[in-house]
Write a protein that binds this ligand. Structure first.
Ligand SMILES: NC(=O)c1ccc[n+]([C@@H]2O[C@H](COP(=O)([O-])OP(=O)(O)OC[C@H]3O[C@@H](n4cnc5c(N)ncnc54)[C@H](OP(=O)(O)O)[C@@H]3O)[C@@H](O)[C@H]2O)c1
Length: 313
């Protein structure tokens, strides 16, 4: 197979041995693989792959056709269209995926959309519903809402009957984010005067969270998922106490096989139907050939995009 390979902080297109399917794994001929901030951080040596995953082939999500299956695989057969979550190695022409971390791609969903689905949907779904327990009628603030996770979070929250405020710094993207179901799209500076928010999905980090905390409702929940703008800040603990607030924070990549399997099963049951029916979409701003991952990473880093950048084979 060929793979995007990180070597000395640069991306290369290299030949690598084909993966073999372990007992519970399927090997997928990759048609599309989403780019994530984690890939860029891994290229810079700041986010190594967890043990058991290719240390130098990036890629946390992909979609394609099953080419072979392990002996214990029951859900998929060669030829099936699947999308999968991996701890690394997704940006290659072949990738091995645990069958419990894969879902069937609904008919009519394009390869780029499927390739960019798993990481952002699993992250947004788990944060909003697994951690913050967002419910119908609540107010939610999604910061960094024009990005990959944000675009999906806005839609999932709106579909669940929450009132969504999206914070987006690029004015040119406000209308597009509103079309995803946000009741209001505001600039980050306006967050403090808004709310009160029952749930804050923090995708930006230190540059954003202080304003969001000031607008948190009594019994509000904050989920910290992204810290691209910085990971350190001073917090007024008293204001959290008086609000009886709860703060959650998590990463997805390092979770156990079982934890990921139960999250993916919930995605399959509760989110994929919306994707299949066109009530949820994964906006894709640009696609790039897999062998030209460098250009895709450059586009991702430039910002000002709606949703995802996806590599296609
Ligand atoms: N914890 C986890 O398991 C997990 C999983 C997936 C992603 N993440 C993290 O979650 C974050 C969001 O992921 P993503 O895939 O949505 O990334 P993304 O597509 O790059 O989106 C990030 C969004 O945040 C905006 N933004 C960045 N810095 C900002 C600032 N200082 N002020 C206001 N807005 C700012 C960006 O705006 P511009 O386009 O204008 O730059 C962009 O719209 C990233 O940090 C990512 O690494 C964490």
């Amino acid at each position: 197979m060929h793979a995007v390979v990180i070597d000395a902080g640069k991306l290369h297109w290299r030949e690598r041995p084909d993966p073999c399917a372990g007992d519970h794994e399927i090997v997928v001929a990759v048609r599309a693989a989403g780019v994530n901030g984690a890939d860029l951080a891994q290229r810079e040596g700041r986010y190594p792959a967890p043990p058991g995953w290719p240390p130098d082939i990036p890629g946390l999500e992909m979609a394609g056709e099953v080419v072979s299956t392990g002996e214990a695989v029951t859900r998929f057969a060669p030829g099936d269209r699947v999308m999968g979550l991996v701890g690394g190695g997704g940006q290659a022409t072949l990738a091995a995926v645990d069958e419990a971390h894969a879902l069937a791609v609904p008919d009519g969903v394009s390869w780029p959309e499927a390739g960019g689905f798993m990481e952002v949907c699993a992250t947004a779904f788990d944060a909003l519903f697994g951690q913050a327990r967002l419910t119908v009628g609540e107010r939610v603030l999604v910061t960094g809402a024009a990005g990959g996770v944000g675009c999906v979070a806005v839609q999932l929250a709106a579909l669940a009957g929450a009132r969504v405020t999206a914070s987006v710094r690029d004015r040119a993207l406000h209308d597009a984010v509103a079309e995803l179901g946000a009741a209001e799209v505001i600039e980050p500076e306006a967050v403090t005067d808004g709310g009160p928010y029952d749930v804050v999905l923090e995708l930006v980090g230190a540059a954003s969270l202080p304003c969001a905390l000031r607008a948190l409702a009594t019994r509000g929940r904050v989920v910290v998922i992204g810290v691209g703008s910085g990971a350190r800040l001073e917090v007024d603990l008293l204001s959290l106490m008086t609000r009886r607030a709860r703060v959650f924070a998590s990463t997805l990549r390092g979770r156990s096989r079982a934890e990921k399997a139960s999250l993916i099963a919930a995605l399959g049951a509760r989110v994929v139907p919306a994707l299949a029916e066109g009530r949820l979409r994964v906006p894709v701003t640009g696609t790039f050939p897999l062998r030209d991952a460098g250009s895709a990473y450059e586009r991702f880093a430039a910002g000002g995009k709606l949703g995802k950048i996806v590599l296609v084979a």
